[in-house]
Design a protein around this ligand. Structure first.
Ligand code: PD2
Ligand code: ZN
Length: 279
């Protein structure tokens, strides 16, 4: 296919592919790989009713909006990529996304993070401190926001997806779990009763939402679990789970953990969203 305009033949081909079970995100990627202009490719998918218009939704963070519409269109365009919406839950406010990252982006992010991985730490009681914790046995590192081209591209895409500004997000965190490593259930919002809270909240306020992006597919284990909701999300390279907690309270049902990895490794990138600019 070398044409760069939306012809009836193209629309017919796209419809057939979708009926055969191809996901819009995968179709878009294969068109781009065949040299299609990205504007034409996504407009073609939109014309056959598979991708919602860009920025046509209210912010997902901190409050989720429905992304699976009455026509069952489960793909949205976010900056430079069509992202598949696999599932949405109201309580907790949670969305499972497919194809948020390409396979190459996953590989590149792991390669950039690998030399900087260290034993993960959690927020400690003392102001400004962090500590190594048995509840979190992964290795981790933080990128600064906008630190490299890939981080910038992902941040722009995530902001388009969530409707939450880039400057309200913390830098991406990458975690690597080896067999047996886990992240026991916890809340991502800050405990305002801790001595460290005022200093943390001064910069960007409370956390309001989390996006966990899976960079590989573990051989076994490593699901992200939501014990209060009886829900588990399997890690799959390129997919992600987004959840928000407008109230920093257990009633958000946002208690979540990383189940132990049984075999192979699990790599994730986490983005936390703040209620105001995180400078
Ligand atoms: O890796 C996970 O599945 C996971 C689970 C719980 C990550 C986080 N929390 C996190 O980074 O906050
Ligand atoms: Zn977490």
């Amino acid at each position: 296919m070398s044409q760069q305009s939306i012809t009836p033949a193209l629309r017919q081909w796209l419809s057939e592919q979708i009926q055969a079970g191809q996901l819009p995100g995968a179709l878009l990627e294969s068109m781009l790989a065949s040299g299609w202009d990205s504007d034409v490719a996504w407009a073609a998918l939109r014309s056959v009713g598979q991708v919602q218009a860009p920025a046509n939704h209210a912010p997902m963070a901190p409050v989720q909006v429905p992304l699976i519409d009455a026509q069952g269109r489960g793909s949205i365009w976010a900056h430079d990529r069509a992202i598949n919406v696999h599932m949405q839950v109201q309580q907790p406010c949670l969305t499972v996304l497919g194809d948020l990252l390409s396979a190459q982006e996953c590989v590149d992010l792991m390669a950039l993070a690998a030399p900087r991985l260290d034993r993960s730490e959690t927020v400690a009681q003392a102001p400004g401190a962090s500590e190594v914790n048995a509840a979190r046995t992964s290795q981790g590192m933080f990128f600064n926001r906008g630190e490299n081209d890939l981080c910038q591209r992902l941040e722009t895409r995530i902001a388009a997806l969530t409707g939450w500004p880039v400057d309200h997000g913390e830098g991406l965190q990458v975690l690597r779990y080896r067999p047996g490593a886990e992240y026991r259930p916890h809340f991502d919002y800050f405990d305002v009763d801790q001595a460290s809270a005022p200093a943390i909240l001064k910069r960007g306020g409370q956390r309001v939402a989390t996006l966990v992006m899976y960079l590989n597919t573990p051989a076994s284990g490593g699901a992200t679990t939501f014990p209060d909701a009886g829900l588990s999300v399997q890690a799959h390279a390129g997919s992600a789970v987004f959840f928000s907690y407008a109230q920093a309270n257990p009633s958000s049902l946002s208690l979540h953990g990383g189940a132990p990895v049984v075999a192979g490794e699990k790599w994730v990138a986490t983005k936390w969203f703040r209620e105001s600019a995180f400078e």
